[in-house]
Design a protein around this ligand. Structure first.
Ligand SMILES: *Cc1c(COP(=O)(O)O)cnc(C)c1O
Length: 338
């Protein structure tokens, strides 16, 4: 075991033994090598640096109750990265190579995977970018695929904490036919400024509406929007410009398993008054309850005053229970690393 204070790990980069690195050249991927240094020598004209040919993924590995380590739904991240790669003219990482890369780098860093019971996990960050030199705007002829891992702590120390959200009316995240549905670096650079503004105003998360009409709910800057209606339905957004969250897919399936009706459809902002519970969802935190949403000075109550509503809490526990091997993984979502 690495000498880490597992209980006080936050969500921050922590050095490990190595990452894994592959290079695509002349139409094929290299075998992949484990690299100790966290630095990468890069051509000054790499397209990632100039033209934003860069994409990432995020998933987690868990040390389960039975002591084994598993990745959660890695093939879904592989598929999503392939969609992103095609949209940005980058070399596609085959699904088996993607999953194998995650397993290899985890096996080389086993002692950094937080033990069962600490609430921690290993965050797995695949990264794909144009490393070939171009000075005219064109796709690179060389790509680098990296998977780095870093241990992260339990996000919630006690029960689930709720947050306040603010609607962003002065900025848009993604245009209807733009790149909001793919996980490219540029989307996040564009969201930093509005995020800092929201934070300075006292809101940890910001909610985007559709860019065309500012009428429909899209998603939070780095997580999907979901709500439990007052009549007990799970509703989430259908839009071509949101990022298809794997956590959201997982929660939808678990809701169906529990007999909760699931609706995936456009959601007009006015509908906030009919929600009993609202959350942001994503890999890092699973669920962040959103207890109130502010828009243009008006505050809408979207959950209990503090903490988490009962249905979201039940869904959260179901996801974590499967990830830590405490309840049966009936959908086969856990992929053993060894
Ligand atoms: C990564 C991301 C999410 C969450 O996706 P998960 O697969 O659940 O981690 C949601 N929205 C945006 C914009 C994202 O980048």
């Amino acid at each position: 075991m690495a000498q880490l204070d597992w209980k006080s790990l936050g969500f921050a980069y922590h050095d490990t033994n190595c990452h894994i690195r592959y290079v695509w050249k002349d139409g094929r991927w290299s075998e992949g090598e484990l690299v100790e240094s966290p630095y990468i020598p890069m051509h000054i004209a790499a397209t990632a640096l100039h033209y934003g040919q860069s994409a990432f993924e995020g998933l987690k590995a868990f040390r389960r109750k039975d002591g084994k380590v598993s990745l959660f739904r890695p093939e879904e991240n592989a598929r999503r990265l392939a969609v992103t790669a095609r949209r940005t003219c980058m070399a596609v990482v085959p699904e088996d190579m993607f999953v194998d890369a995650c397993k290899r780098v985890l096996k080389a860093n086993m002692e950094f995977i937080p033990p069962y019971g600490t609430g921690g996990s290993m965050y797995v960050r695949p990264l794909l970018f144009g490393s070939g030199a171009e000075i005219g705007v064109a796709p690179a002829k060389e790509y680098t695929f990296i998977v780095l891992v870093t241990p992260v702590g339990a996000y919630y120390k006690g029960g689930l904490q709720g947050v306040r959200a603010i609607v962003v009316d002065d900025y848009d995240r993604a245009a209807p036919q733009g790149t909001g549905h793919v996980k490219i670096a540029g989307n996040y650079a564009a969201s930093l400024y509005p995020h800092l503004e929201a934070k300075a105003a006292g809101y940890p998360v910001e909610l985007y509406l559709d860019a065309k009409e500012h009428k429909w709910i899209e998603e939070f800057a780095t997580s999907n929007f979901l709500a439990i209606t007052k009549d007990g339905k799970y509703v989430t957004v259908e839009s071509p410009s949101i990022l298809p969250s794997i956590t959201n897919m997982t929660l939808q399936q678990l809701a169906r398993d529990m007999g909760i009706p699931v609706e995936v459809r456009p959601i007009p902002f006015e509908e906030v008054t009919s929600f009993a519970e609202v959350a942001a969802c994503g890999t890092a935190v699973v669920i962040t309850p959103v207890n109130e949403i502010e828009r243009a000075g008006k505050v809408y109550q979207t959950g209990p005053a503090t903490g988490c509503g009962p249905i979201l809490e039940k869904l959260y526990k179901a996801v974590q229970g499967i990830q830590y091997g405490e309840i049966p993984d009936t959908h086969g979502w856990n992929v053993d690393v060894e």
